[in-house]
Design a protein around this ligand. Structure first.
Ligand code: ZN
Ligand code: ZN
Length: 402
């Protein structure tokens, strides 16, 4: 890559990192991306699904490739001490989406500059609100695929605390499906000294929480994976008042769509049955607040792309990271486009931390000790992360273009 482009991208990265924006508020970031793409000659569509940006580069007959990045930051107070740390109180690019935008803009430039060497159409999508698992769906609902050509493949990457210069690529289920639920259990409150006049939602909630633990233990096969976490249980104000209601907040992670369906159905069955067993005066309310399907990489498309990634970092540095219980909504774009998905992990951790760690076990031990995505100390190294991220995206795209 030309050193001038590398220098410009480092400036973009530092600027985005210093100016993080929360989900669905990525106006400045979207503006930076739109201007960059326009200067390269892309047709640019802005404000797709609130702040989303799409760019299209037509270059003769051939396949269409979609490259995707997410733009949002998190409500985290940065503690990296970096000279380009966040200038916004309580907001930080703690998930590395600034790196995703930077690498995508770099790849857009590399592909535009090399357009004499390929033919087809490159589309780039910068989506809002990945952290809410809502941004991809918002762009699709705003007619994204009526406004840009439908792609033959969707490509993207997520920076992770594996060594910079290493790429994690896994066919099949790669990131878990996520479902966040809010459950409201209705009881009938009263004086704590007279429980016989009430229906106690605290006991109802406690029974429900314990019973939910049986789903993964007793209803999911030992060969499958699922997580059901009750992350919050809210009820009551004082020791001698039995409240009217109790609220549970659940996080559910699954990889197999059939397991997901079964787990969600089991949650609903248990919540309703426990309410009935308690004599609840009203049916409980179950609301899905956030949801994204599992990231399922198309095995044939992964194999087709693997060679391009191996040429960037070396075949021995394209590793299988195992299934990730974190979640991503990039699969929503691929599903809506009816295209195969290839989504990989981009190493961002300082390679110096891994000196002497050669076995997968040693590698995993070092990774476990490093700040992870969403940590206030998460700080991918700029190089070689940016260079590899740009090269990986552009090489993968070229693999699919004519
Ligand atoms: Zn995140
Ligand atoms: Zn992320």
């Amino acid at each position: 890559m030309e050193t001038e482009l590398v220098e410009r991208l480092r400036g973009v990265y530092r600027d985005l990192h210093a100016h993080p924006e929360l989900s669905f508020q990525e106006r400045r970031t979207a503006g930076v991306a739109a201007t960059w793409l326009q200067e390269l000659g892309y047709e640019v569509i802005e404000s797709v699904g609130t702040t989303g940006v799409a760019g299209v580069l037509h270059n003769g007959a051939g396949p269409t490739v979609l490259l995707r990045a997410d733009m949002d930051a998190l409500p985290v107070e940065e503690a990296t001490g970096l000279p380009y740390a966040s200038e916004v109180d309580g907001v930080m690019h703690a998930c590395g989406h600034d790196m995703h935008v930077t690498c995508l803009l770099g790849a857009a430039a590399v592909l535009a500059d090399s357009r004499g060497e390929w033919s087809g159409t490159v589309t780039v999508v910068l989506q809002p609100a990945e952290e809410l698992a809502q941004g991809a769906a918002a762009m699709v609902a705003d007619r994204l695929f009526e406004r840009i050509p439908r792609p033959d493949v969707v490509l993207g990457q997520h920076v992770a605390p594996i060594p910079a210069g290493v790429i994690g690529l896994r066919p099949g289920p790669a990131f878990a499906a996520t479902d966040s639920l809010r459950v409201t259990l209705h009881g009938a409150g009263g004086h704590g000294s007279r429980p016989e006049t009430t229906v106690d939602p605290v006991v109802m909630a406690a029974a429900t929480v314990l019973r939910l633990q049986g789903i993964v233990a007793r209803e999911v096969s030992g060969n499958d994976t699922a997580v059901v976490t009750v992350g919050a249980l809210n009820a009551g104000t004082k020791n001698n008042i039995i409240p009217d209601d109790a609220e549970l907040l659940l996080s559910v992670r699954t990889f197999d769509p059939a397991v997901r369906t079964r787990v969600l159905a089991a949650i609903e069955r248990i919540v309703r049955a426990e309410a009935q067993a308690s004599g609840a005066p009203e049916e409980p309310r179950i609301e899905a607040t956030e949801s994204a399907p599992a990231v399922i990489n198309d095995p044939a498309a992964v194999e087709r792309t693997r060679g391009a990634l191996a040429r960037v970092v070396g075949a021995e540095r394209v590793i299988d990271p195992g299934p990730v219980t974190g979640s991503e909504d990039v699969g929503v774009l691929a599903a809506a486009a009816g295209a195969p998905l290839v989504f990989w992990l981009l190493g961002g951790a300082d390679p110096a931390a891994f000196v002497g760690a050669s076995s997968p076990q040693e590698l995993a031990r070092v990774v476990a000790g490093l700040p992870s995505n969403h940590s206030p100390r998460y700080a991918p190294v700029e190089e070689p992360t940016i260079g590899v991220g740009v090269a990986a995206l552009s090489a993968a795209a070229r693999q699919w273009l004519a």
